[in-house]
Design a protein around this ligand. Structure first.
Ligand SMILES: *[C@@H]1O[C@H](CO)[C@@H](O)[C@H](O)[C@H]1NC(C)=O
Ligand SMILES: *[C@@H]1O[C@H](CO)[C@@H](O)[C@H](O)[C@H]1NC(C)=O
Ligand SMILES: *[C@@H]1O[C@H](CO)[C@@H](O)[C@H](O)[C@H]1NC(C)=O
Ligand SMILES: *[C@@H]1O[C@H](CO)[C@@H](O)[C@H](O)[C@H]1NC(C)=O
Ligand SMILES: *[C@@H]1O[C@H](CO)[C@@H](O)[C@H](O)[C@H]1NC(C)=O
Ligand SMILES: *[C@@H]1O[C@H](CO)[C@@H](O)[C@H](O)[C@H]1NC(C)=O
Ligand SMILES: *[C@@H]1O[C@H](CO)[C@@H](O)[C@H](O)[C@H]1NC(C)=O
Ligand SMILES: *[C@@H]1O[C@H](CO)[C@@H](O)[C@H](O)[C@H]1NC(C)=O
Ligand SMILES: *[C@@H]1O[C@H](CO)[C@@H](O)[C@H](O)[C@H]1NC(C)=O
Ligand SMILES: *[C@@H]1O[C@H](CO)[C@@H](O)[C@H](O)[C@H]1NC(C)=O
Ligand SMILES: *[C@@H]1O[C@H](CO)[C@@H](O)[C@H](O)[C@H]1NC(C)=O
Length: 600
């Protein structure tokens, strides 16, 4: 059967073993008449990380590798810290080229057993694409100053049909900003710890085991967990799933199970320490591939992590004994409130630990906790004829508050350390036309607070909001091998946040003392045609098939660098055109995402 949301970010090991002939990896880009065309810049809008990228203390290539038939065979290399180079800030510049036909792929970059960057690819076109993306790596300073095994996995198919290889270069740019850094002393991986076997250490949930055990140093004074988690494969579009009891609502349209809600949990000794309610990332094959050339979705090249401050737990964790650190992903379940999920949530975590130089053993009072299960409300409405359901409208709302507080005593005396979160979720998913038209509207918002290092300062609060609406309708050919199919899609989504990232703040307090403010919205619509046979075996944006539509993005940021605005609009298609591309040395007005049926 035709899968409407078509492109999985990666495919499981089915095609392992397609090894490419390296000579043919990236061919010269020519159009139909043989004219060499410049590769297309398929970009993610991002604010510059610095006023200027010039003025490095030194630079070096961390990784250069072409992922062709790379299923199950990650790149493995060595990182060596730069010689004779004074640096405080480190930025990685990821640069990728590809041409041909392929799906979007997931890239996992590990330093040893610690995942340092999760990225996904654009889908190539025959005439070639490229992109560059910069990520500040300074929080990993302790890893950057010693030798590391570098492992990058990007499971790609490469054969006579999937002709797009991904040529990846990562360059480290080192800057001396003459700031006092206080990076974490230790970074402990919540991962499969497979680097010794030359494998990426990602854990696949719910099937894998995401619980590891560590003995922390007795003099730890701060500890923060950073978690990367993305739904892939069957869970790529978790946000348009239905509670399990509704999967059979329509005869000819299979709806996926485990609800449209997901929570990623961090557990210490089995007790919930904090959660992430994930950003609904949409990869470049997602909803409609026609939406994502040449402007890719928010967070495509840098899958977001979330942070949980576990410092209130240090009184327990510094007892010199092993403690378990676990990750879990759960969905809403009508019977048990929280329950299992489909396969392929890929997760990993890192415990960043700061030591108290003057202390022998950190102690703490009992933790004052509030972490009741979230409360949910589900309201279904089914419209039926005498023998079949024609539409299903589901409202699901949920909220959770959680906090942990304790007085932690280090060599500098007692500090009250607390971590608290307050989260809200509301979705209205409307499956109509016997399940073949879908309108998904969801709003996830939240606040979190952590205690700064200075004893007398109030907690630092961050907020986020992720509204998203999209509609899709598809004509499903009776025989998908002989007829064309069409996807009509429209999308409106935003990411709004006002935050002080905990790890950046603890690593460089002077640089990250002010909140980073981001407001970005993407809207788009696309009519995407494909001959299913052709599509399945030859891939994405192709002149013989066609697509039409447009994608527009507003982006407004306040960061340690200053303020930045950008407004872009593209007419999509095989030869996409940027009809608007404006940058501003100011913030800009970002119109609000319109949610169907959900008020503020
Ligand atoms: C990143 O690398 C690409 C490819 O080498 C280059 O064109 C671009 O200027 C680099 N960006 C920065 C900020 O160094
Ligand atoms: C990959 O890109 C690098 C940097 O641009 C280039 O030197 C190399 O030749 C490319 N590799 C292939 C196989 O095209
Ligand atoms: C997961 O791994 C941990 C640490 O190795 C072990 O203690 C635990 O029993 C495992 N859990 C399961 C369900 O296998
Ligand atoms: C209508 O949907 C409900 C809920 O999913 C299901 O239990 C029922 O069997 C469906 N009816 C028909 C005729 O398919
Ligand atoms: C849907 O499936 C049910 C149960 O198999 C069947 O009774 C009904 O006729 C089907 N309805 C349609 C419209 O195909
Ligand atoms: C650390 O231990 C040493 C030796 O037991 C002791 O003399 C010192 O007072 C301790 N320091 C603190 C801050 O507790
Ligand atoms: C869901 O779809 C039904 C059938 O088209 C429609 O009557 C209803 O208004 C829609 N609900 C929302 C919230 O848009
Ligand atoms: C939905 O199914 C019913 C019963 O099979 C059919 O009469 C109707 O035309 C279908 N509607 C759409 C929009 O496909
Ligand atoms: C389904 O969506 C298509 C395209 O947007 C639209 O033409 C059609 O009327 C919709 N069908 C129903 C029953 O809402
Ligand atoms: C499929 O789409 C192609 C490209 O738009 C078109 O040339 C062809 O006629 C279509 N085939 C069918 C069966 O509709
Ligand atoms: C679909 O594409 C394949 C591969 O190019 C071609 O053989 C077939 O005739 C096409 N079918 C239709 C209905 O256009």
């Amino acid at each position: 059967m035709l899968v409407l949301f078509i492109v999985a970010a990666f495919q499981l090991g089915l095609y392992a073993g397609c090894i490419a002939s390296p000579a043919a990896l990236i061919s010269t880009s020519r159009d139909e008449s043989g004219v060499v065309k410049a590769p297309l810049d398929v970009f993610e809008v991002q604010a510059p990380l610095r006023a200027s990228y010039k003025g490095t203390s030194c630079e070096q290539v961390v990784l250069q590798h072409t992922f062709a038939g790379s299923y199950g065979t990650p790149y493995v290399g060595t990182y060596s810290p730069p010689d004779d180079c004074d640096f405080t800030t480190t930025i990685f510049n990821l640069s990728v080229t590809s041409s041909g036909i392929n799906y979007d792929r997931l890239g996992l970059i590990y330093f040893g057993d610690v995942e340092v960057w999760r990225t996904t690819t654009a889908m190539p076109v025959r005439t070639g694409i490229f992109w560059n993306y910069q990520k500040d790596m300074t929080i990993f300073d302790t890893l950057l100053r010693s030798e590391q095994k570098v492992i990058m996995s990007m499971d790609n198919l490469y054969d006579s049909v999937f002709t797009g290889a991904y040529n990846v270069t990562i360059t480290a740019l080192y800057y001396n900003d003459h700031q006092t850094l206080s990076p974490a002393d230790l970074i402990l991986p919540i991962s499969t710890q497979s680097s010794a076997r030359d494998k990426a250490s990602v854990i696949s949930l719910p099937d894998g085991n995401a619980t590891v055990s560590f003995t922390l140093p007795r003099n730890a004074e701060r500890a923060v967990v950073s978690v990367l988690a993305s739904g892939n494969g069957a869970e790529e579009f978790w946000f348009r799933n239905v509670p399990t009891e509704y999967t059979g609502t329509f005869n000819n349209s299979a709806l996926r199970a485990y609800s449209p809600f997901r929570e990623v949990q961090v557990l210490i000794d089995g007790v919930l320490a904090g959660v992430g309610w994930p950003f609904p990332i949409i990869f470049t094959g997602g909803i409609s591939p026609g939406l994502w050339v040449p402007i890719v979705g928010v967070h495509t090249y840098d899958v977001p992590s979330f942070e949980v401050d576990i410092s209130p737990w240090l009184g327990i964790l510094c007892d010199g004994k092993p403690h378990s650190f676990g990750l879990a992903v759960v969905g809403y379940d009508s019977k048990t409130t929280l329950g299992t999920i489909g396969s392929n949530w890929w997760v990993s975590g890192s415990v960043f630990v700061w030591k108290d130089a003057g202390g022998n053993q950190t102690t703490g009072t009992a933790i004052q906790s509030s972490s009741a299960e979230p409360s949910f409300q589900l309201t279904p409405n089914i419209i039926s004829t005498s023998n079949a359901n024609t539409s299903l409208e589901l409202h699901l709302s949920g909220q959770r508050v959680l906090s942990h507080t304790s007085t932690i005593t280090t060599s500098s005396g007692p500090h009250i350390l607390s971590w608290s979160q307050s989260l809200f979720y509301y979705s209205i998913n409307n499956y109509t036309a016997n399940g073949s038209n879908k309108t998904i509207s969801a709003l996830t918002t939240g606040t979190s607070s952590f205690s700064p290092s200075s004893k007398y300062s109030p907690p630092i609060k961050s907020t986020f909001s992720y509204p998203i609406t999209f509609r899709t309708s598809s004509t499903t050919p009776i025989d998908a091998t002989t007829a064309n199919s069409t996807i009509v899609a429209s999308l409106d989504r935003s990411l709004l946040s006002n935050s002080i990232p905990i790890l950046s703040y603890l690593t460089s307090p002077s640089l990250f003392a002010i909140p980073q403010v981001l407001a970005t919205r993407q809207t788009g619509s696309s009519v995407y045609y494909w001959n299913d046979t052709y599509y399945e075996f030859a891939g994405a944006i192709d002149p013989a098939m066609g697509t039409s539509g447009s994608t527009e993005q507003w982006y407004s940021a306040v960061s340690k660098v200053g303020v930045y605005g950008r407004h872009v609009k593209a007419i999509d298609g095989y030869e996409p055109v940027l009809v608007v591309d404006e940058e501003f040395p100011t913030t800009i007005a970002v119109p609000e995402t319109e949610l169907v049926g959900i008020g503020k």
